[in-house]
Write a protein that binds this ligand. Structure first.
Ligand SMILES: Nc1ncnc2c1ncn2[C@@H]1O[C@H](COP(=O)(O)OP(=O)(O)OP(=O)(O)O)[C@@H](O)[C@H]1O
Length: 235
């Protein structure tokens, strides 16, 4: 199976390597989830794949680049645009008219229909994150990069958004960065840990995502991941 995207190489910041040379492959049509300590370079990897500038020097290559949608850590909403306009920003920037039916459906599924006319300043942090997710879902791209997309959400909304994203992005090649082992265990087809020692793969549950939070395999995976993250070193 040809990978949707492959990143091979290394990033240096101020001449210091963030991590040893790695090879990260995104499985086509599946969810790849990346975890690792703060500052190790996870967002930098997403930016590399998206073709955006990074804070350091990349020695390597990104193969099979395809049209990509990126949901960055910062929701990046334009404060003078309404929720509806922010969600449809991609089309607006391309000088196109957003698909009104699709926009309405995505606002409804992200629980934003009642807030569609509000400005970002009138929203909670979690609602802003949902607008950013809606904007990402509006972009109909084969590769989707999500940088801690559900971090500011309460437990119930987080689970609903995870299920929504899994449904709407089914068949896309997704790379999601998260600090939450439970989220990784629920959503991942592949799990990788990035540390200062490099990239290692972690076993996923036998069931298909999205998994129930009480799925025994997902729970075991979550516990094992947490142990590895606390340990800080690949086994
Ligand atoms: N524009 C920049 N200029 C200089 N250094 C940068 C820049 N962007 C990131 N860095 C540095 O690169 C390193 C990796 O940052 P990155 O944001 O990729 O980490 P991360 O693993 O995503 O962290 P977190 O989990 O905290 O989001 C950090 O040491 C950070 O300070």
């Amino acid at each position: 199976m040809t990978a949707a995207v492959t990143v091979t190489g290394q990033v240096r910041i101020d001449r210091r390597a963030l991590f040893p040379p790695i090879r990260l492959q995104l499985a086509p049509g599946l969810w790849t989830v990346l975890l690792g300590p703060s500052g190790v370079g996870k967002s930098t990897l997403l930016r590399l794949i998206a073709g955006l500038p990074i804070g350091g020097v990349f020695a390597g290559r990104v193969e099979n680049r395809q049209p990509i949608a990126l949901m960055a850590q910062d929701p990046g909403l334009l404060p003078w645009l309404t929720v509806r306009q922010n969600a449809a920003l991609g089309a607006r920037l391309r000088g196109e008219r957003a698909d009104a039916a699709r926009l309405a459906a995505i606002l409804q599924r992200t629980g934003l229909s009642d807030h569609a006319g509000k400005l970002p300043a009138a929203l909670s942090g979690g609602q802003r994150q949902r607008v950013a997710l809606a904007r990402t879902l509006m972009e109909d791209r084969p590769v989707v990069l999500l940088d801690e997309p559900f971090a500011a959400l309460d437990a119930r909304t987080r689970m609903a958004m995870q299920d929504l994203a899994a449904g709407v992005l089914a068949g896309r090649s997704v790379l999601m960065v998260t600090h939450d082992p439970a989220e990784a265990a629920r959503l991942a087809d592949r799990i990788y840990l990035l540390t200062e020692e490099g990239l290692t793969e972690h076993a996923v549950p036998a069931t298909s995502p999205p998994r129930q939070h009480a799925d025994p395999g997902a729970f075991a995976c979550q516990t094992a991941l947490l142990a590895r993250l606390i340990e800080g070193a690949p086994r």
